[in-house]
Design a protein around this ligand. Structure first.
Ligand SMILES: Cc1cc2nc3c(=O)[nH]c(=O)nc-3n(C[C@H](O)[C@H](O)[C@H](O)COP(=O)(O)O)c2cc1C
Length: 194
């Protein structure tokens, strides 16, 4: 039996429409990335949990693994100035690796209760302390207790669909180039390397 990859992609892609900025810190080294993998990890309203999935290739993966803490931010789609700030965060964190330079230096941050940096231009955030991990070969899925949370401004949540249309072409090319080695690494970790 052959797998219907088109049907799988139709079913799975875009399931999580909100891009989130994930930041962390380990031994004084702060970093962050963009993710579309975040979700709620508990049904208990008074004890919320958050899940994120980080590709092993990414620096943020190693820093969250080592520190056990992260901040997961939603970005704003409105009003207009907040959208501009959101796109700056998206492009600053999601198109290159902290291995090549300090990606957080140009953003206003304050340390959260875990010490991880909170991006002050975000819409809202939860701060997590990791309570469980699933090693999924190409990535690690982190489950964390929410130990801090805040709403930083009014506005609507940014969705990735409309955001793609607002990103400059040269940045999208950079994102795609940045994605290639991650994909190769993921295939290697899964034993799928050609
Ligand atoms: C919209 C979008 C969604 C992404 N989703 C994820 C994700 O769920 N997990 C992940 O590890 N990387 C994801 N990435 C890729 C990282 O953000 C990107 O590779 C980043 O450069 C990694 O940086 P780092 O090496 O400094 O951690 C996404 C990027 C974008 C733009």
């Amino acid at each position: 039996m052959t797998l219907d990859l088109e049907a799988a992609d139709y079913t799975l892609s875009g399931l999580r429409p909100f891009p989130v900025a994930v930041t962390t810190i380990h031994e004084g080294r702060a970093n962050g990335l963009m993710s579309l993998s975040a979700g709620s990890g508990s049904i208990v309203p008074e004890a919320p949990r958050v899940t994120i999935s980080l590709t092993k290739y990414n620096l943020t993966h190693d820093l969250v693994s080592a520190s056990g803490v992260f901040v997961m931010h939603l970005l704003a789609a409105t009003p207009e100035p907040a959208l501009d700030a959101s796109l700056k965060i998206l492009m600053g964190l999601g198109g290159s690796s902290g291995r090549d330079g300090d990606k957080l230096a140009s953003f206003d941050t304050k340390p959260g209760v875990t010490g991880a940096p909170i991006l002050l231009d975000a819409l809202s955030y939860v701060e997590g302390r990791v309570v469980g991990t699933l090693d999924a070969e190409e990535n690690t899925i982190f489950l964390a207790d929410v130990v801090g949370a805040g709403r930083l401004r009014d506005g609507e949540r940014l969705r990735m669909g409309p955001a793609w249309g607002k990103l400059p072409k040269d940045w999208i090319e950079q994102y795609e180039a940045n994605h290639e080695p991650q994909l190769a690494s993921a295939r290697r970790h899964r034993g799928l390397a050609k």
